[in-house]
Design a protein around this ligand. Structure first.
Ligand code: TXA
Ligand code: MG
Length: 343
């Protein structure tokens, strides 16, 4: 009896703490209008993109940008992506050379973020918080809602992934709401994100492209669009804090490339069971029964969340082929598995 009461109380208190309002995106545009009004008022709002959900604010509004950093618990040295309406808006904030233009024309709207020298002659510059002191700016034209909102706002929308800093990026509205239990936050629900992994981040240099974060637009596609050599970024110097070793991490410890799941561990499976032992798994999510990497990318973060909710000591992940978007999946898995840094 007492434990029933406890469970009921817990359910009620969770409900009381849930202050986020989730509204589905409707044909009539009421949800979009509500989001626009929040952006215009200098508030933060959570919005779906084709990659992951973002925590969005008017990029030129200092207090709104500060609110995004505060809500996320994001260190101030980590700059934000500016989401633009189109190439014309992007060109007011970043310097495009021929290759940057080719990339934007080939892949926008879409899951590609260009890191370019920033311009400081914009009529209304972006908030210094967005740039975190860098002389470059990260620009992306997403598909659909967010670029439309940037057009209606008349300014870029700054939006990091809507997870709390260091956590798993949300790919559903519910995951966003859960990350901010005691926060009044409007979350627009566009259903699960189509791609499910964050955009490819590319620094465009004069004679090469540096991939700071792999994503759905892979190095072959980047090379084909420009003819430039493409190198993986990083090395010792951290250019994008998304490159920090531990990132995108669930609560449980992760072990990768496991073909024999130990008893009691939760399992992220991939493809068929051939040559694998899944019998010990306490809970299983298969990213793609048919071994489809796009499907696996779209399901990865939701699988991590769902298995983490079962409170396992260990989450094992079966091997994922390291080609195409599989590279981005493995990149996120390695970061999720890395030892956590002190907060
Ligand atoms: O798909 C995405 O990119 C999502 C959706 C919401 O658009 N956004 C996203 O934002 O993943 P965020 O902040 O979680 O990751 C952006 C990454 C960070 O690692 C940040 O450090 C890096 O881009 N970044 C931003 N501006 C940069 C700059 N000027 N130079 C280098 N890296 C930059
Ligand atoms: Mg992020």
């Amino acid at each position: 009896m007492r434990s029933t009461h406890c469970v009921a109380l817990l359910a009620v208190s969770k409900e009381i703490l849930r202050l986020a309002t989730i509204i589905p995106i409707d044909e009539a545009g009421a949800a979009e209008q509500a989001a626009l009004e929040r952006l215009e008022a200098g508030d933060a709002v959570a919005l779906p993109t084709e990659t992951v959900y973002g925590l969005a604010a008017d990029a030129c509004h200092d207090a709104a940008v500060a609110k995004v950093f505060r809500l996320k618990g994001r260190p101030s040295f980590n700059p934000l992506i500016c989401h633009v309406a189109d190439i014309a808006m992007a060109r007011a904030f970043g310097t495009f050379d021929d290759n940057a233009l080719r990339l934007a024309e080939a892949f926008w709207p879409g899951p590609l973020t260009l890191v370019l020298p920033r311009r400081d002659d914009a009529e209304r510059p972006v908030s210094p918080g967005v740039l975190a002191g860098l002389d470059t700016i990260a620009l992306r034209q997403p598909a659909g809602l967010v670029s439309r909102l940037a057009a209606r706002l008349g300014r870029p929308i700054a939006a990091p992934s809507a997870n709390r800093s260091g956590g798993v990026s949300p790919t559903t509205a519910d995951h966003v709401a859960r990350a901010y239990p005691a926060t009044e936050l409007l979350v627009l629900d566009g259903g699960p994100c189509r791609i499910g992994l964050e955009s490819t981040v590319v620094k465009v240099e004069a004679d090469r492209l540096v991939v700071l974060r792999p994503g759905a637009i892979d190095e072959h596609m980047l090379a084909a669009a420009t003819g430039l050599p493409v190198v993986a970024g990083g090395g010792d110097r951290i250019e994008a804090p998304g490159m920090l070793a531990s990132h995108y991490a669930p609560g449980a410890r992760l072990e990768l490339a496991v073909t024999h799941c130990p008893r009691g561990a939760a399992l992220i499976a991939f493809g068929s069971a051939d040559g694998k032992d899944r019998s010990g798994a306490s809970a299983t999510r298969n990213l793609s029964e048919t071994g489809d990497l796009d499907e696996a990318a779209a399901r990865l973060y939701a699988a991590m969340q769902a298995l983490d909710d079962t409170d396992p000591a260990l989450i094992c992940v079966e091997p994922i082929p390291d080609s195409g978007i599989g590279k981005a999946i493995n990149d996120r898995l390695r970061r999720a598995a890395a030892p956590k840094e002190p907060a």
